[in-house]
Design a protein around this ligand. Structure first.
Ligand code: 4NP
Length: 157
């Protein structure tokens, strides 16, 4: 059976990309696609490697009934071989990823919100600086729904 692998990437891997991972995994589970779609997240920086997600991200996921136990890690070159989609939370993450992308890689490297309909922005604002975790949750949820619809259509799942 085909497995589609999706990696969400932000700067620290403690606020936005763990939120996207948790929400998207939840939608994948609900859709009964856990065996076909594999989900992970990583940071472009090493700053928070090994740490749990930010309390704000853990709280907002918990409030919406989503369990998340992941620990922060930094992206590696190998991730571009392994994952079919490597999705940036903002433009700065995207340019960092493009710089790391190995020549000839087939991975789709895009902004996460490029797959969302009806959102007012293509970048996920960083709640690390302003504490707006609930607003970011709503945006990421819309993005995750759009992404899942896109992958299902593209891969026939
Ligand atoms: P994230 O947020 O990239 O969404 O995980 C940040 C986390 C930590 C820092 C910046 C952004 N920091 O400067 O340590």
């Amino acid at each position: 059976m085909m497995t589609v692998r999706v990696l969400f990437v932000c700067l620290g891997n403690i606020c936005r990309s763990p939120m996207a991972e948790g929400i998207f995994q939840h939608l994948v589970d609900e859709a009964g696609l856990s065996d076909q779609i594999e989900v992970d997240s990583a940071g472009t920086s090493s700053w928070h490697v090994g740490e749990r997600a930010h309390r704000g991200t853990r709280n907002v996921l918990h409030q919406h009934g989503i369990a998340y136990e992941g620990r922060a890690r930094q992206i590696t070159p190998h991730d571009f071989d392994r994952f079919d989609y490597v999705l940036a939370m903002d433009d700065s993450n995207l340019s960092d990823l493009r710089r790391m992308l190995p020549d000839g890689s087939q991975t789709v490297v895009r902004r996460f919100l490029d797959f969302a309909d009806g959102v007012p922005t293509r970048e996920v604002p960083d709640p690390y600086y302003d504490g707006r975790f609930e607003e970011v949750y709503k945006l990421v949820r819309q993005g995750a729904e759009g992404l899942l619809a896109h992958i299902r259509a593209e891969k026939g799942l």
